[in-house]
Design a protein around this ligand. Structure first.
Ligand code: AMP
Length: 364
């Protein structure tokens, strides 16, 4: 069985590592010569819309998937007309545009912050009279990790926030005074079976995910499962999907979804019976899905901008280090470590140990 992957970064690398025991081979398409998954399969080196490479990928892969959501829609459509593509291009098209995404959530009764489309300074002013303060202005497309976003605290912020958008279509949304940021990850296979992972609680700094902690038996689990099932069924989705949510006043509000394996689910490699990466492959290959049961108490810490010292991480007996084989660069995720233990108290102490090591090399 050959799986084609658009993108050969760390997510593709971890998908491939999960696929080897199942006898799956990989072909990656990625424009970067030193993409970090390229030693784990064949690397088609070139642009995502290179017709010759796309034709090769479509012909040779039994199924094509992606590790990032900004694959041009026509590329996904082209591949889907020649081979199986999971998740379907529709999920990509929705996730690529925050306005379409929020409207989709709204149409299937998943709560969102109040939002409005903004395409001029006047429409921003008008929208703010309805949305209220504070609010966040975000570019509709190509935004991630808090990029292309401005916090609007008062009318004084409007002009500079709009100028920063440089005329790109935007969305303004109410600021949610959340008590927690959580995500739910689920896998749905071709036959429509869904399995859910326990919620992850996510801690960001500077808009970038730093720590994710598995929250087994969380009081919000059931509500999150209802929302993600609704989303997957509305999209007839196949593969792993992550839904990012804010918790406020005991309710969940959707922020966005990622039609792929997700950073907040990296703890599942050691902290769940079956990892998100393996379940993504099982889902797109229409194999039975693996149990998502947590194994102990687990959390993940990202290393950003600088490489951790291997010996320092491995000196923590419960730590599992994942290096991505990427050169460190400012703000770049280069590794993560998972800790898995017995009690919540031990977990807190271990996260602290790892966080101190991550902060030592973090340049952001
Ligand atoms: P995003 O790129 O939409 O995932 O946003 C990055 C981060 O900004 C989120 O993880 C939140 O911490 C914060 N954020 C985004 N939207 C909102 C909102 N409507 N209210 C409060 N915080 C937000």
């Amino acid at each position: 069985m050959i799986v084609g992957v658009l993108g050969a970064g760390q997510l593709a690398r971890m998908i491939a590592l999960a696929g080897y025991p199942l006898g799956v081979d990989f072909i990656f398409l990625d424009p970067s010569a030193d993409a970090c998954a390229n030693s784990l399969g064949e690397h088609l080196l070139g642009d995502y819309n290179d017709p010759r490479l796309l034709a090769q990928l479509a012909e040779r892969a039994d199924v094509v998937t992606y590790e990032f959501e900004n694959v041009p829609a026509d590329v996904a459509e082209f591949l889907a007309s020649h081979t199986q593509v999971h998740p379907a291009p529709k999920a990509l098209a929705i996730a690529q545009d925050r306005l379409i995404e929020k409207t989709f959530f709204h149409d299937i009764a998943i709560p969102t912050p109040a939002y409005a489309a903004v395409d001029s300074f006047e429409s921003l002013e008008q929208a703010m009279s309805i949305i209220g303060w504070p609010a966040i202005l975000k570019s509709r497309t190509l935004g991630y990790d808090g990029k292309g976003q401005s916090l609007l605290k008062s009318a004084d912020d409007l002009k500079s926030a709009w100028e920063q958008m440089a005329g790109v279509p935007a969305i303004v949304e109410a600021f949610v005074p959340f008590s927690r940021e959580v995500s739910i990850i689920a896998a749905r296979n071709v036959s429509g079976v869904i399995v859910f992972y326990p919620l992850s609680e996510n801690f960001h700094r500077g808009g970038i995910l730093r720590v994710s902690e598995c929250c087994d038996k969380d009081p919000m689990q059931q509500q999150a499962e209802i929302y993600i099932s609704r989303l997957m069924e509305a999209l007839d989705y196949v593969g792993v999907l992550a839904l990012e949510l804010f918790e406020t006043d005991g309710k969940l509000i959707a922020n966005e979804f990622a039609p792929r394996v997700h950073n907040s689910g990296h703890w599942t490699i050691e902290g769940a019976e079956t990892s998100q990466f393996e379940n993504h492959l099982r889902a797109i290959l229409d194999l039975p899905l693996g149990a998502t049961t947590p194994v102990g108490k687990a959390a993940m810490v990202n290393f950003i901008g600088g490489l951790p010292v291997t010996e320092e991480i491995l000196a923590i007996p419960q730590a599992h280090l994942h290096l991505y084989d990427k050169d460190p660069r400012k703000g770049r995720k280069v590794a993560h470590a998972t800790v898995r233990t017995e009690t919540s108290e031990q977990l807190v102490a271990l996260i602290k140990q790892l966080t101190l090591l991550a902060d030592k090399v973090d340049d952001s």
